[in-house]
Design a protein around this ligand. Sequence first.
Ligand SMILES: [Zn+2]
Length: 362
Amino acid sequence: MEPPAPQAPAMEGEIVSRRIDVHQHLVPPPYREALAAAGITDVGGRALPDWSPQAALDQMSDAAISSAVLSVSAPGTTLLDDPSAAARLARTLNEYGAELTRDHPGRFGHFATLPLPDVDAAVVEARHALDDLGADGVVLLANSRGRYLGSEGHDRLFAALDERRAVVFVHPAELPGPQVEGIPPFAADFLLDTSRAAYLLVRNQIVSRYPNIRFILSHAGGFVPYAAHRMAVGMAGDTGRTPREILDDFRSFYFDTALSAGPASLLAVLNFARPDHVLYGSDWPFAPSSAVTYFNAGLAEYTANTPFGPTVAAAVDHRNAEQLFPRFTGTAAPARTGAAATTRGAIKDRLARGVFKLMNPS
Ligand SMILES: [Zn+2]
Protein backbone atom coordinates (compact mmCIF):
# COMPACT_ATOMS: atom_id res chain seq x y z
CA MET A 1 0.00 0.00 0.00
CA GLU A 2 1.29 3.47 -0.78
CA PRO A 3 2.02 5.50 2.35
CA PRO A 4 -0.51 8.24 2.97
CA ALA A 5 0.50 11.84 2.33
CA PRO A 6 2.22 13.34 5.36
CA GLN A 7 -0.21 15.30 7.47
CA ALA A 8 -0.96 15.97 11.10
CA PRO A 9 -2.50 13.03 12.97
CA ALA A 10 -6.25 13.05 13.36
CA MET A 11 -7.61 14.14 16.70
CA GLU A 12 -9.63 11.64 18.69
CA GLY A 13 -13.28 12.05 17.70
CA GLU A 14 -12.45 13.89 14.48
CA ILE A 15 -13.69 11.02 12.33
CA VAL A 16 -17.26 11.38 13.51
CA SER A 17 -17.39 15.15 13.79
CA ARG A 18 -16.31 16.22 10.31
CA ARG A 19 -17.40 14.36 7.23
CA ILE A 20 -17.99 15.81 3.76
CA ASP A 21 -20.31 13.71 1.61
CA VAL A 22 -19.56 14.19 -2.09
CA HIS A 23 -22.13 11.61 -3.19
CA GLN A 24 -25.52 12.55 -1.79
CA HIS A 25 -28.60 13.15 -3.88
CA LEU A 26 -31.50 15.55 -3.83
CA VAL A 27 -34.90 14.97 -5.38
CA PRO A 28 -36.36 18.44 -5.97
CA PRO A 29 -40.15 18.55 -6.44
CA PRO A 30 -39.90 19.61 -10.13
CA TYR A 31 -37.68 16.60 -10.80
CA ARG A 32 -40.08 14.23 -9.06
CA GLU A 33 -42.89 15.72 -11.18
CA ALA A 34 -40.88 15.29 -14.39
CA LEU A 35 -40.15 11.65 -13.54
CA ALA A 36 -43.83 11.04 -12.74
CA ALA A 37 -44.91 12.69 -16.00
CA ALA A 38 -42.55 10.35 -17.87
CA GLY A 39 -43.95 7.35 -15.98
CA ILE A 40 -40.66 6.67 -14.19
CA THR A 41 -41.16 5.30 -10.68
CA ASP A 42 -37.82 3.70 -9.99
CA VAL A 43 -34.18 4.58 -10.62
CA GLY A 44 -31.51 1.96 -11.15
CA GLY A 45 -33.88 -0.72 -9.93
CA ARG A 46 -34.90 1.07 -6.71
CA ALA A 47 -38.11 2.97 -6.00
CA LEU A 48 -37.72 6.74 -6.06
CA PRO A 49 -37.06 7.63 -2.40
CA ASP A 50 -38.68 10.36 -0.33
CA TRP A 51 -36.49 13.43 0.09
CA SER A 52 -36.70 16.83 1.70
CA PRO A 53 -34.04 19.27 2.89
CA GLN A 54 -34.98 18.54 6.51
CA ALA A 55 -34.81 14.77 5.98
CA ALA A 56 -31.33 15.29 4.50
CA LEU A 57 -30.23 17.33 7.52
CA ASP A 58 -31.61 14.67 9.87
CA GLN A 59 -29.78 11.94 8.00
CA MET A 60 -26.57 13.96 8.07
CA SER A 61 -26.89 14.43 11.80
CA ASP A 62 -27.40 10.69 12.21
CA ALA A 63 -24.43 9.76 10.00
CA ALA A 64 -22.08 12.48 11.35
CA ILE A 65 -22.00 14.21 7.96
CA SER A 66 -21.12 17.87 8.31
CA SER A 67 -21.57 18.95 4.68
CA ALA A 68 -22.93 17.38 1.52
CA VAL A 69 -22.47 18.27 -2.12
CA LEU A 70 -25.86 17.30 -3.55
CA SER A 71 -26.53 16.09 -7.06
CA VAL A 72 -29.53 14.91 -9.07
CA SER A 73 -29.04 11.21 -9.80
CA ALA A 74 -29.71 9.34 -13.04
CA PRO A 75 -31.58 9.73 -15.32
CA GLY A 76 -31.26 13.51 -14.83
CA THR A 77 -32.61 15.41 -17.80
CA THR A 78 -32.09 12.43 -20.15
CA LEU A 79 -35.64 11.37 -19.29
CA LEU A 80 -36.87 14.06 -21.69
CA ASP A 81 -36.84 13.54 -25.46
CA ASP A 82 -37.02 17.24 -26.28
CA PRO A 83 -33.59 18.94 -25.90
CA SER A 84 -35.06 22.34 -25.11
CA ALA A 85 -37.29 20.83 -22.38
CA ALA A 86 -34.18 19.09 -20.99
CA ALA A 87 -32.30 22.40 -20.91
CA ARG A 88 -35.20 24.08 -19.11
CA LEU A 89 -35.38 21.30 -16.52
CA ALA A 90 -31.61 21.55 -15.92
CA ARG A 91 -31.97 25.29 -15.30
CA THR A 92 -34.84 24.73 -12.85
CA LEU A 93 -32.91 22.05 -10.95
CA ASN A 94 -29.77 24.17 -10.77
CA GLU A 95 -31.62 27.19 -9.47
CA TYR A 96 -33.22 24.96 -6.85
CA GLY A 97 -29.79 23.63 -5.82
CA ALA A 98 -28.33 27.12 -5.64
CA GLU A 99 -31.15 28.37 -3.44
CA LEU A 100 -30.87 25.36 -1.13
CA THR A 101 -27.13 25.99 -0.84
CA ARG A 102 -27.73 29.66 -0.02
CA ASP A 103 -30.32 28.71 2.61
CA HIS A 104 -27.97 26.28 4.36
CA PRO A 105 -24.47 27.72 4.16
CA GLY A 106 -21.78 25.22 5.07
CA ARG A 107 -24.22 22.31 5.09
CA PHE A 108 -25.15 21.92 1.45
CA GLY A 109 -23.36 22.44 -1.82
CA HIS A 110 -24.50 21.26 -5.23
CA PHE A 111 -23.28 19.78 -8.47
CA ALA A 112 -25.13 21.31 -11.41
CA THR A 113 -27.08 19.11 -13.81
CA LEU A 114 -26.20 19.61 -17.48
CA PRO A 115 -28.60 18.72 -20.32
CA LEU A 116 -26.36 16.22 -22.14
CA PRO A 117 -26.31 14.72 -24.74
CA ASP A 118 -26.88 18.24 -26.16
CA VAL A 119 -23.29 19.50 -25.85
CA ASP A 120 -23.99 23.12 -26.80
CA ALA A 121 -26.81 23.40 -24.26
CA ALA A 122 -24.58 21.72 -21.66
CA VAL A 123 -21.87 24.36 -22.21
CA VAL A 124 -24.41 27.17 -21.75
CA GLU A 125 -25.72 25.61 -18.54
CA ALA A 126 -22.23 24.85 -17.19
CA ARG A 127 -21.23 28.49 -17.61
CA HIS A 128 -24.41 29.72 -15.94
CA ALA A 129 -24.24 27.25 -13.06
CA LEU A 130 -20.53 27.73 -12.31
CA ASP A 131 -20.19 31.44 -13.03
CA ASP A 132 -23.55 32.82 -11.90
CA LEU A 133 -25.11 30.29 -9.53
CA GLY A 134 -21.92 29.34 -7.67
CA ALA A 135 -22.31 25.58 -8.16
CA ASP A 136 -19.54 23.47 -6.60
CA GLY A 137 -19.09 21.52 -9.82
CA VAL A 138 -21.20 19.56 -12.27
CA VAL A 139 -22.62 16.05 -12.29
CA LEU A 140 -22.24 14.21 -15.60
CA LEU A 141 -23.79 10.83 -16.25
CA ALA A 142 -21.42 8.12 -17.47
CA ASN A 143 -23.73 7.78 -20.45
CA SER A 144 -26.49 10.11 -21.57
CA ARG A 145 -29.03 8.34 -23.75
CA GLY A 146 -26.32 5.91 -24.79
CA ARG A 147 -23.68 8.52 -25.54
CA TYR A 148 -20.66 7.96 -23.32
CA LEU A 149 -18.74 10.63 -21.55
CA GLY A 150 -15.31 10.63 -23.11
CA SER A 151 -16.57 9.66 -26.56
CA GLU A 152 -15.96 12.05 -29.44
CA GLY A 153 -17.75 15.39 -29.55
CA HIS A 154 -17.55 16.65 -25.96
CA ASP A 155 -14.50 18.90 -26.36
CA ARG A 156 -16.37 22.20 -26.18
CA LEU A 157 -17.80 21.15 -22.83
CA PHE A 158 -14.51 19.88 -21.43
CA ALA A 159 -12.74 23.06 -22.53
CA ALA A 160 -15.31 25.17 -20.64
CA LEU A 161 -14.97 22.97 -17.55
CA ASP A 162 -11.16 22.98 -17.73
CA GLU A 163 -11.10 26.76 -17.99
CA ARG A 164 -13.06 26.90 -14.71
CA ARG A 165 -11.02 24.17 -12.95
CA ALA A 166 -14.36 22.46 -12.41
CA VAL A 167 -15.02 19.43 -10.25
CA VAL A 168 -16.88 16.88 -12.40
CA PHE A 169 -18.80 14.21 -10.52
CA VAL A 170 -19.24 11.20 -12.81
CA HIS A 171 -22.38 9.26 -11.89
CA PRO A 172 -23.55 6.03 -13.53
CA ALA A 173 -26.80 5.62 -15.41
CA GLU A 174 -28.52 2.55 -16.78
CA LEU A 175 -26.45 0.75 -19.40
CA PRO A 176 -27.48 1.20 -23.02
CA GLY A 177 -29.26 -1.99 -23.97
CA PRO A 178 -31.74 -4.21 -22.20
CA GLN A 179 -31.53 -5.01 -18.51
CA VAL A 180 -30.81 -8.57 -17.45
CA GLU A 181 -33.65 -10.05 -15.47
CA GLY A 182 -32.79 -10.41 -11.79
CA ILE A 183 -30.01 -7.81 -11.80
CA PRO A 184 -31.08 -4.39 -10.55
CA PRO A 185 -28.91 -1.89 -12.44
CA PHE A 186 -27.57 -0.19 -9.28
CA ALA A 187 -26.25 -3.52 -7.98
CA ALA A 188 -23.89 -4.36 -10.85
CA ASP A 189 -24.55 -2.51 -14.13
CA PHE A 190 -23.78 0.91 -12.63
CA LEU A 191 -20.20 -0.20 -11.92
CA LEU A 192 -19.65 -1.12 -15.55
CA ASP A 193 -21.18 2.14 -16.73
CA THR A 194 -18.73 4.19 -14.62
CA SER A 195 -15.83 1.98 -15.76
CA ARG A 196 -16.73 2.50 -19.42
CA ALA A 197 -16.80 6.30 -19.01
CA ALA A 198 -13.49 6.29 -17.11
CA TYR A 199 -11.92 4.10 -19.80
CA LEU A 200 -12.94 6.48 -22.58
CA LEU A 201 -11.91 9.57 -20.62
CA VAL A 202 -8.42 8.08 -20.41
CA ARG A 203 -8.31 6.44 -23.84
CA ASN A 204 -9.40 9.57 -25.71
CA GLN A 205 -6.97 11.63 -23.63
CA ILE A 206 -9.61 13.84 -22.06
CA VAL A 207 -7.93 13.69 -18.65
CA SER A 208 -4.50 14.51 -20.11
CA ARG A 209 -5.74 17.28 -22.43
CA TYR A 210 -7.91 18.94 -19.75
CA PRO A 211 -5.75 18.55 -16.64
CA ASN A 212 -7.54 21.23 -14.62
CA ILE A 213 -10.76 19.21 -14.41
CA ARG A 214 -11.01 17.21 -11.20
CA PHE A 215 -13.03 14.07 -12.05
CA ILE A 216 -14.67 12.13 -9.20
CA LEU A 217 -15.73 8.58 -10.07
CA SER A 218 -18.72 7.22 -8.15
CA HIS A 219 -18.73 4.02 -6.13
CA ALA A 220 -14.96 3.62 -5.78
CA GLY A 221 -14.58 3.97 -9.53
CA GLY A 222 -16.62 0.96 -10.60
CA PHE A 223 -14.05 -1.63 -11.63
CA VAL A 224 -11.24 0.85 -12.25
CA PRO A 225 -9.01 0.32 -9.18
CA TYR A 226 -9.36 -3.47 -9.44
CA ALA A 227 -8.90 -3.68 -13.22
CA ALA A 228 -6.73 -0.66 -14.10
CA HIS A 229 -3.64 -2.67 -15.03
CA ARG A 230 -5.68 -4.92 -17.31
CA MET A 231 -7.29 -1.85 -18.89
CA ALA A 232 -3.86 -0.19 -19.30
CA VAL A 233 -2.39 -3.17 -21.10
CA GLY A 234 -5.40 -3.34 -23.43
CA MET A 235 -5.31 0.38 -24.08
CA ALA A 236 -1.56 0.44 -24.68
CA GLY A 237 -1.99 -2.02 -27.56
CA ASP A 238 -4.78 0.13 -28.97
CA THR A 239 -3.16 3.57 -28.62
CA GLY A 240 0.61 3.10 -28.59
CA ARG A 241 0.87 4.87 -25.23
CA THR A 242 2.78 3.16 -22.44
CA PRO A 243 0.89 1.37 -19.65
CA ARG A 244 2.65 3.68 -17.20
CA GLU A 245 1.24 6.81 -18.89
CA ILE A 246 -2.20 5.25 -18.96
CA LEU A 247 -2.07 4.25 -15.29
CA ASP A 248 -0.99 7.79 -14.40
CA ASP A 249 -4.13 9.05 -16.14
CA PHE A 250 -6.32 6.56 -14.27
CA ARG A 251 -4.67 7.71 -11.03
CA SER A 252 -5.66 11.30 -11.74
CA PHE A 253 -9.26 10.37 -10.87
CA TYR A 254 -10.83 10.92 -7.47
CA PHE A 255 -12.93 8.06 -6.09
CA ASP A 256 -15.84 8.17 -3.66
CA THR A 257 -16.67 5.43 -1.17
CA ALA A 258 -20.44 5.32 -1.75
CA LEU A 259 -21.81 1.77 -1.30
CA SER A 260 -18.21 0.56 -1.49
CA ALA A 261 -16.81 0.61 2.04
CA GLY A 262 -16.29 -3.15 2.28
CA PRO A 263 -12.83 -4.56 2.90
CA ALA A 264 -12.15 -5.75 -0.68
CA SER A 265 -13.29 -2.50 -2.34
CA LEU A 266 -11.46 -0.31 0.15
CA LEU A 267 -8.31 -2.38 -0.19
CA ALA A 268 -8.41 -1.93 -3.98
CA VAL A 269 -9.24 1.77 -4.04
CA LEU A 270 -6.86 2.78 -1.24
CA ASN A 271 -4.04 0.86 -2.90
CA PHE A 272 -4.70 2.24 -6.34
CA ALA A 273 -5.78 5.86 -5.79
CA ARG A 274 -3.53 8.69 -4.76
CA PRO A 275 -3.87 8.99 -0.98
CA ASP A 276 -5.49 12.41 -1.30
CA HIS A 277 -7.96 11.26 -3.99
CA VAL A 278 -10.38 9.11 -1.94
CA LEU A 279 -13.53 10.89 -0.75
CA TYR A 280 -16.43 9.94 1.49
CA GLY A 281 -19.76 9.27 -0.25
CA SER A 282 -23.07 7.92 1.07
CA ASP A 283 -25.45 7.77 -1.95
CA TRP A 284 -28.34 8.66 0.37
CA PRO A 285 -31.34 8.68 -0.14
CA PHE A 286 -31.04 6.16 -3.00
CA ALA A 287 -28.97 4.16 -0.52
CA PRO A 288 -31.33 3.86 2.46
CA SER A 289 -30.18 4.98 5.92
CA SER A 290 -29.54 1.38 6.94
CA ALA A 291 -27.10 0.93 4.04
CA VAL A 292 -25.35 4.19 4.94
CA THR A 293 -24.98 2.96 8.54
CA TYR A 294 -23.67 -0.40 7.31
CA PHE A 295 -21.01 1.12 5.05
CA ASN A 296 -20.03 3.75 7.63
CA ALA A 297 -19.36 0.83 9.97
CA GLY A 298 -17.35 -0.85 7.21
CA LEU A 299 -15.21 2.24 6.76
CA ALA A 300 -14.69 2.56 10.52
CA GLU A 301 -13.79 -1.13 10.86
CA TYR A 302 -11.39 -1.05 7.93
CA THR A 303 -9.54 2.07 9.01
CA ALA A 304 -9.41 0.93 12.64
CA ASN A 305 -7.46 -2.12 11.48
CA THR A 306 -5.24 -0.36 8.92
CA PRO A 307 -1.76 1.12 9.39
CA PHE A 308 -2.09 4.91 9.65
CA GLY A 309 -5.85 4.25 10.11
CA PRO A 310 -6.81 7.54 11.83
CA THR A 311 -4.91 9.51 9.19
CA VAL A 312 -6.57 7.57 6.36
CA ALA A 313 -10.00 8.00 7.98
CA ALA A 314 -9.58 11.75 8.40
CA ALA A 315 -8.34 12.05 4.81
CA VAL A 316 -11.33 10.14 3.43
CA ASP A 317 -13.88 11.76 5.73
CA HIS A 318 -12.98 15.38 5.14
CA ARG A 319 -9.39 16.38 4.49
CA ASN A 320 -9.30 15.32 0.85
CA ALA A 321 -12.69 16.88 0.11
CA GLU A 322 -11.57 20.13 1.73
CA GLN A 323 -8.94 20.43 -0.99
CA LEU A 324 -11.70 20.32 -3.62
CA PHE A 325 -14.29 22.31 -1.68
CA PRO A 326 -12.38 24.65 0.64
CA ARG A 327 -15.52 26.46 1.73
CA PHE A 328 -16.53 23.43 3.80
CA THR A 329 -13.27 23.41 5.77
CA GLY A 330 -13.87 23.40 9.49
CA THR A 331 -17.64 22.81 9.34
CA ALA A 332 -18.57 20.52 12.22
CA ALA A 333 -21.30 17.93 11.95
CA PRO A 334 -24.53 18.80 13.73
CA ALA A 335 -24.59 17.00 17.03
CA ARG A 336 -27.23 14.41 17.70
CA THR A 337 -29.83 16.32 19.65
CA GLY A 338 -30.08 15.45 23.34
CA ALA A 339 -28.39 12.90 25.59
CA ALA A 340 -30.86 10.14 24.74
CA ALA A 341 -30.27 10.56 21.00
CA THR A 342 -26.50 10.63 21.57
CA THR A 343 -26.66 7.38 23.52
CA ARG A 344 -28.98 5.78 20.96
CA GLY A 345 -26.64 6.88 18.19
CA ALA A 346 -23.56 5.48 19.93
CA ILE A 347 -25.32 2.16 20.52
CA LYS A 348 -26.46 2.05 16.89
CA ASP A 349 -22.91 2.74 15.64
CA ARG A 350 -21.52 -0.02 17.87
CA LEU A 351 -24.21 -2.48 16.74
CA ALA A 352 -23.52 -1.62 13.09
CA ARG A 353 -19.81 -2.36 13.51
CA GLY A 354 -20.76 -5.65 15.20
CA VAL A 355 -23.02 -6.58 12.28
CA PHE A 356 -20.31 -5.61 9.81
CA LYS A 357 -17.79 -7.83 11.59
CA LEU A 358 -20.23 -10.75 11.53
CA MET A 359 -20.64 -10.30 7.76
CA ASN A 360 -16.88 -10.14 7.27
CA PRO A 361 -15.23 -12.72 9.49
CA SER A 362 -11.44 -12.39 9.41
ZN1 LIG B 1 -25.69 7.94 -6.58
